[in-house]
Write a protein that binds this ligand. Sequence first.
Ligand SMILES: Cc1cc2nc3c(=O)[nH]c(=O)nc-3n(C[C@H](O)[C@H](O)[C@H](O)COP(=O)(O)OP(=O)(O)OC[C@H]3O[C@@H](n4cnc5c(N)ncnc54)[C@H](O)[C@@H]3O)c2cc1C
Ligand code: SF4
Length: 379
Amino acid sequence: MIAMANELRDLTREIDLSRHVSGTGPLRSQRPLYVDFKPPCNHACPAGENIQAWLSLAQSGEYHAAFEKLIEENPLPAVHGRVCYHPCEESCNRSALDSPVSIHAVERFLGDMAIREGWLVPPSTHRTGKRVMVVGAGPSGLSAAWHLSRMGHDVQVFEAGPVAGGMMHFGIPAYRLPREVLIAEVSRIQAAGVHFHYNHKIENLALEKAKGMFDAVFIAVGAHLSKKVHIPARDAGKVMDAVRFLHDAETGPPPQLGRRVAVYGGGNTAMDAARTALRMGADEAMIIYRRDREHMPAHDFEADEALAEGVKIHWLRSIKSLDTGEVLVEKMALEDGKPVPTGEFETLEADTVILALGQETDTAFLHAIPGIQFKRTAL
Ligand SMILES: Cc1cc2nc3c(=O)[nH]c(=O)nc-3n(C[C@H](O)[C@H](O)[C@H](O)COP(=O)(O)OP(=O)(O)OC[C@H]3O[C@@H](n4cnc5c(N)ncnc54)[C@H](O)[C@@H]3O)c2cc1C
Ligand code: SF4
């Protein structure tokens, strides 16, 4: 007994786990709490998609299930997989590690597969007995119609134009969004029970609502009025607005452009107009913009693509007047991000000037309705 008590011990004494409450062990009183927060990509997605849910299904090869999960929020995956600016990827946590998950490309893959495989969604069997009128068949009207129809309402879409898509059809050029993709996704919305009335512009909303016995109206008329700026011009015939130009380039007859085309503005519409002008055979397409690249409203990659195709961009220039074959521009400087004139002028050569200065909403048809208030908000 005495010999054992004097023995040297070389091991730390074992912890009595039955009494250990502040660390690991069987009697822990603190446990991790699992909270189901949305990841940053979901928050950033304007369509509100449950991205990680459909990505995980796609990752395990369950493509149809992934598609069904995706269209719970967004009925236009093949369209968005092409032209959405994918803010989801900008907010992806993974970019701090290496690069963001390619959400946009997987969305396009699923959208294209759905078109190829002819995946359709049958009309909802649940009927609410309510009728909803949707004014406008752009992406906003189409999405609203899709969701309302899936809820079991009778949805009727009224579209002023001859086809659905709005600016997706008459603004975004076909080289970025092939029309068969758009048509296929609209057909799926139709097959899910949404009714379309084309060439039907709503002028008197109250009357049409009463006539159709609608319970609710969703207004999705977009922004189609081009903003104007007064530029003294000797040859006004060669000035056109970008939305009209892109519309006519899509539907024909093609607008008559000169050899050199100048586009005034720095947004995505300006980039599309300049690239379209080159595709229509102009020898030269240039963009004239009041601020610098850092302050342009277009996305960086849009300017890169335009430059790669041969579009020239004149930053910090404001158009002062137009003459036959010439554009007089004033050089600008930036003060707190705002362009200020420098008093220095130069002349650029251009046969046609396309104004791409933004668009506004035409709300005239709503003004006669009592109870609707209008508020102008700065974007
Ligand atoms: C050149 C260009 C390029 C663009 N590129 C991109 C891009 O790459 N990615 C991106 O995310 N966004 C892009 N956009 C923006 C995008 O197209 C719009 O944000 C989007 O189309 C707006 O959708 P909307 O449904 O609100 O309106 P719209 O698409 O404008 O649709 C409105 C619809 O309502 C109809 N309508 C209007 N008034 C009436 C009425 N009284 N009665 C019946 N129908 C009516 C119109 O005919 C139209 O079809 C681009 C826009 C332009 C102009
Ligand atoms: S690419 Fe798709 S998932 Fe990403 S923001 Fe756009 S619509 Fe949402």
